[in-house]
Ligand binder design. Sequence first.
Ligand code: SF4
Length: 88
Amino acid sequence: MFYCCVFFFRFAVIYLGKKGGCMPISQVWIEEGCTACGICEEICPEVFELGDREEAIVKPDANLNAYEEEIKEAAENCPVDVISIQES
Ligand code: SF4
């Protein structure tokens, strides 16, 4: 019994560690105040796009589930903290 608990605990730690312990991202958007620094696009060009715009956008066809870690990294590194994430 003890070994089963240890195995389950280790599995849970590994699984949740890979998944970030969070629910999947269902929506990403950029609030007002983007300074067009381009960091989000540098980190995750598959989801964020700046181009010649004055504000970054979230690509409408972006596969959010495929880039969860990068999206979170972009949000954490946004200097004005305007990248919002909804998890469900
Ligand atoms: S990192 Fe933030 S401020 Fe910079 S372009 Fe992206 S959303 Fe805008």
